[in-house]
Design a protein around this ligand. Structure first.
Ligand code: 5RP
Length: 232
C-alpha cells in the first residue's frame, strides 16, 4: 500500500505494526484498521495465519478488506460478532493522554465503530505521529446533503474547515460510506473529549476523527525499537 506519509520511515511503521500483531492469540476476533501502518499488522497476521493462527477479522474499509483477503485472513462481520477481542489501527496523531486523531484515509467512521466494538483498542504509528497535545486537523465525515450546514457549524466552533478533494482536485473525496470529508483545523486542541462531544452534536456530522480512550499505543522509533504505553 502506498505510504501517505513519505517523511516517516516505513521501517518504523513496520516495527510498530508487526509488534502489535503479536497481541493477537488463537480464537480471537480482530478488528483490522486502515492505512500504511496497519498494512504491516495485516501482513504479519497473514503470516501467522499461514502458520496456524486461528482468528477471524472484521475490516474497517475496502482497503483493509483487500489486504486481509490477500493475506489469507478469514473475515467475519459485526453482524456475526458484535464484540471484538482487539482492534489494531493507525493514527494521524497521538497525544500523551491516549487521545488520537484519525481519518487521514477517510476511514474513521468504520474505524470508530470497530474500535468501540473491541474490548481492547491498540494504536500503531511511527514516531512522527506523537505530540504532547493534539494539533492536527480533524477529519469530519459529512452527509453530502448537509455539507454547507456542517461548514457553518465548524466555523461556529472556531474551526477552519476545508473540503477534502480527490487526487485530481476536481471533486470531493468520497468515503466508503458515500459521504464527503471535511478537514477542520482547530489549532491546539486543549480538551479533546470536549471537542469530541461538540463535534458529535453537530447536525450532518456522520463521525469525526477524535478517538479517546485508547488502551495501548505502539510507536516505532528511529532506532527500530517499539515503545509501548498502556492506559490500563
Ligand atoms: C485512516 C486512518 C489511518 O489509520 C491514519 O491515517 C494513519 O495512516 P498511516 O498508517 O498510513 O500513516 O485513520 O482513516
Amino acid at each position: 500500500m502506498k505510504d501517505r506519509n513519505p517523511t516517516a520511515s516505513s521501517i518504523e511503521k513496520q516495527k510498530a505494526g508487526e509488534a502489535a500483531a503479536e497481541l493477537v492469540k488463537d480464537g480471537m476476533i480482530v478488528g483490522l484498521g486502515t492505512g500504511s501502518t496497519t498494512a504491516y499488522t495485516i501482513a504479519q497476521l497473514g503470516r501467522r495465519v499461514d502458520e496456524g493462527l486461528d482468528i477471524l477479522a472484521v475490516v474497517t474499509s475496502y482497503q483493509s478488506e483487500g489486504l486481509a483477503i490477500e493475506a489469507g485472513i478469514p473475515l467475519t462481520s459485526l453482524a456475526e460478532h458484535q464484540v471484538l477481542d482487539i482492534a489494531i489501527d493507525g493514527a494521524d496523531q497521538v497525544d500523551a493522554h491516549f487521545n488520537v486523531i484519525k481519518g487521514g484515509g477517510a476511514a474513521h467512521t468504520r474505524e470508530k465503530v470497530v474500535a468501540r466494538s473491541a474490548k481492547r483498542f491498540v494504536i500503531v504509528a511511527d514516531d512522527s505521529k506523537t505530540s504532547e497535545q493534539l494539533n492536527h486537523y480533524v477529519p469530519i465525515e459529512v452527509l453530502p446533503y448537509a455539507k454547507n450546514l456542517v461548514i457553518r457549524q465548524m466555523k461556529e466552533l472556531d474551526g477552519e474547515p476545508k473540503m477534502r478533494l480527490g487526487i485530481r482536485k476536481d471533486g470531493p473525496v468520497i468515503s466508503d460510506n458515500g459521504n464527503f470529508i471535511i478537514d477542520v483545523e482547530f489549532g491546539v486542541i486543549e480538551d479533546p473529549a470536549k471537542l469530541s462531544l461538540e463535534l458529535s452534536a453537530c447536525t450532518g456530522v456522520v463521525e469525526h476523527g477524535i478517538f479517546t480512550g485508547v488502551d495501548d499505543v505502539y510507536i516505532g522509533q528511529k532506532d527500530e525499537t517499539v515503545t509501548i504505553t498502556s492506559s490500563r
